[in-house]
Design a binder for this molecule. Sequence first.
Ligand SMILES: [Fe+2]
Length: 278
Amino acid sequence: MHKARLRKLKRAKFRHKLFTTGPNKLTRGKLFKKHFDQSIQVNEFSIHSPKWPESFNGLRIAHVSDFHLGDLMPLERALDIVALIEKQEPDLIACTGDIVDLHPCHVRELMDALASVPTTYGTYAVLGNHDELDRPQAIVDAGLDAGIHVLQDATCTIHRGEEVLRIAGIGWAKTEKQCEQKVEHTCTNETHLLLSHNPKAFGAAQAHSIPLTLSGHTHGGQIALPKKKRINLAAAHKYTEGLYQSGSSNLFVTVGVGAWFPLRINCPAEIAMLTVQS
Ligand SMILES: [Fe+2]
């Protein structure tokens, strides 16, 4: 493994001990139990853009992000979430990264389950920073083998009648500049839907007037003020949760279904059901 990646993995494992497994041991397992008792919400949002193709008016996207498959997201819980997605009968599933927390264990089972949800247009995914920690190619391969469109700086199109919806996805990019470079490389002014784990891609998406960008990464801070979800622990981020609009471009940042530490206060995990109108 590359030395820099190994260092990142070591740091992530240390954080995991410090904020997750350590405190759980101190509370004799109560912390995990309380975390697992929290339910996953299904939240509905309506999104409008004049640039969205008319034939895809009313498209229902299940936006799911940040599973963090691992100690805080056992496979059974992840499969329950997939079952909940299936109940919503989405037209398309968008998974915006951090599929695993540290290692790609059980990722094949999760990818197979996501791919088996009946949808009109299939499942699309990008990788997040946690997916990059240990064997990201194993996650890409698991997705591709399952039939998921894993868009690592790549695009694809879906068709309805004579119209086309152009989907792009970028791999993990940390800074706004890095996001911009990837968006420049991957998207055009004709792109309709962009998946990017990092919401910092929204600036570049606006430059291309991309109607809808879907992101995760922030977890909505996991801890927020009551009734003021945007005042949260993800204060270092400009876009932390929910819907942002600028001109004909929209950004939706989901707070995700998983967690990187076992606490969520005023920021429940969610599956976001997005209905996109032209
Ligand atoms: Fe995450």
